[in-house]
Design a binder for this molecule. Structure first.
Ligand code: OXD
Length: 323
């Protein structure tokens, strides 16, 4: 059998080598070559893909499974010709979950300790100590309570932060005040001194963080987007960062104190995007939870074996739910 592989990243060769190591008897067909040296598309029964052009999966008549090479599946689900009867899995790798938790912890601490403000003061050679807040007095709200949200909660709880969590449906996580649904969303926003976005991109989450949501957050709140660019309305974010606050104790005014953004609707972020140059926005190039070939390959190989043996695969996406 053959596996279709499409990994438009700079380390595609490392991925292919790791996958070939874990699936030594498979032939890998690298998009756009669906036929291989002497076969055709009907040989392909599995696809390991990231941002494959729409319609390709529908042209594979013998597919038994599709695996995303990343945690998110919105690009796959956005294919209007997606074969609805073939199970799709998201990549759930404990290494990626740990990487996300490290990124979120570092970014929360950076703002919590006021290092973002000291960076700006330093650029002006300004020696000034600012008011401090202790972790139990700082509320971090995690929007999205999947595996990554839960791991972030564990790490932040260990540091003593007050934690609120929000998800579409009810969840329970020890040490986290869990909220859900539309009413819970308002309560979570009102508490969110630091909002961490870990939501999948769905019809409900697109543009969720808009002017109304930012206005509902406390004065001086900070936003960390590790989900998808489309979840945040950038113009509204910039307006909330720039809004005049004459009585504010924030050194640079604005309803929001700042934002760290790791995901964008179009990547790479365009050079002329105003997000690059905004003094209160830090950009990272979608690195919060990078997937790693060495740990992902055995996970993906096990999914292939399950599908070929007629067993249910793990971490199967709910196509109608969008994640
Ligand atoms: C993602 C990833 O889905 O980086 O964003 O895996």
């Amino acid at each position: 059998m053959a596996i279709l592989f499409h990994c438009p990243w700079d380390n595609a060769d490392a991925w292919l080598a790791a996958l070939q190591h874990d699936l030594p008897h498979d032939e890998f067909r690298i998009w756009p070559d669906l036929d291989g040296p002497d076969g055709d598309a009907s040989d392909i029964d599995f696809a390991f893909v990231w941002k494959l052009p729409h319609g390709v999966l529908a042209s594979l008549p013998n597919l038994v499974g599709i695996a995303s090479l990343g945690a998110g599946v919105d690009a796959l689900l956005g294919d209007p010709d997606l074969p609805r009867d073939v199970p799709i899995t998201r990549l759930v790798d404990p290494l990626m979950t740990d990487r996300m938790a490290e990124y979120v912890t570092a970014t929360v601490l950076h703002h919590h300790l006021g290092l973002d403000v000291y960076d700006r003061q330093g650029a002006e050679k300004q020696w000034q100590r600012n008011r401090t807040t202790d972790a139990p007095d700082r509320t971090v709200a995690l929007f999205g309570l999947g595996q990554m949200g839960e791991r972030c909660a564990q790490r932040l709880r260990a540091l003593g932060f007050d934690l609120v969590g929000w998800s579409r449906t009810a969840k329970e996580i020890s040490g986290v005040h869990c909220l859900h649904g539309a009413e819970g969303f308002e309560e979570a926003l009102a508490a969110a001194e630091i909002a961490v976005l870990l939501l999948p991109l769905t019809a409900e989450t697109e543009n969720l963080m808009n002017a109304a949501a930012f206005a509902a957050m406390p004065q001086g709140a900070y936003v960390i987007n590790c989900s998808r660019g489309e979840v945040v309305v950038n113009e509204d974010l910039i307006a909330a960062l720039d809004s005049a606050q004459p009585n504010s104790r924030q050194p640079n005014g604005g309803h929001l104190a700042g934002a760290t953004l790791d995901a964008f609707a179009v990547e790479p972020l365009a050079p002329d995007s105003p997000l690059w140059t905004h003094p209160k926005i830090r950009i990272t190039p979608h690195i919060a939870a990078l997937s790693a070939a060495a740990t992902a390959a055995p996970i993906l190989a096990a999914q292939v074996r399950r599908a070929r043996d007629g067993e249910a695969m793990h971490d199967v996406v709910n196509v109608d739910g969008g994640y």
